[in-house]
Design a protein around this ligand. Structure first.
Ligand code: CA2
Length: 143
């Protein structure tokens, strides 16, 4: 059974509560439920983890090195700033998918730069929370 981890970065715990026009009505709990349903149907052993703390995300990435077959990351605001997350991801040998709910390229200029893209095998962005299922489907094909 393939093991996949989905990491969510800062503020994604607030999904569905604010900024609904940008990120939609679904809560992170709703998204996790949909992902778990998809994983169960598709024989994937799925883990999901959200943190607002950069170091906690780095630690999860390091742990994934020897325990996961694929990693999907929506690093939130850290996408645009975190050398530490970039460096941790760079060490992994498993496929990485960068995920964003919104299209970061039609938003403010500071969101156009991603430090994750350079180490990702593929990027899914702009499809709302459907992107989570899309990225699991895409990851299945990489494994
Ligand atoms: O579009 C995405 O998925 C983002 O990664 C979301 C981040 C943003 O900083 C990135 O540029 C693009 C923001 C996380 C969600 O922030 C919320 C803030 C308030 C209410 C709900 C979510």
């Amino acid at each position: 059974m393939n093991k996949i981890i989905i990491l969510n970065g800062p503020n994604l715990n607030l999904l569905g509560e604010r900024e609904k026009n940008q990120y939609g009505n679904f809560t992170l709990e709703d998204v996790e439920k949909k992902c778990n349903e998809y994983a169960n149907k598709n024989g994937i052993k799925l883990s999901m983890f959200q943190s607002n703390i950069e170091g906690e995300l780095v630690e999860k990435i390091q742990t994934a090195r020897n325990s996961q077959d694929g990693l999907i990351i929506n690093a939130g605001g850290y996408t645009h700033t975190s050398v530490a997350i970039h460096d941790a991801l760079k060490i992994l040998k498993i496929p990485i998918i960068e995920l964003h709910i919104s299209n970061i390229y039609n938003r403010e200029e500071f969101r156009h730069k991603s430090l994750i893209s350079k180490v990702a095998k593929g990027i899914i962005c702009g499809f709302g929370v459907d992107g989570y299922i899309m990225s699991l489907n895409a990851m299945k094909k990489f494994l």
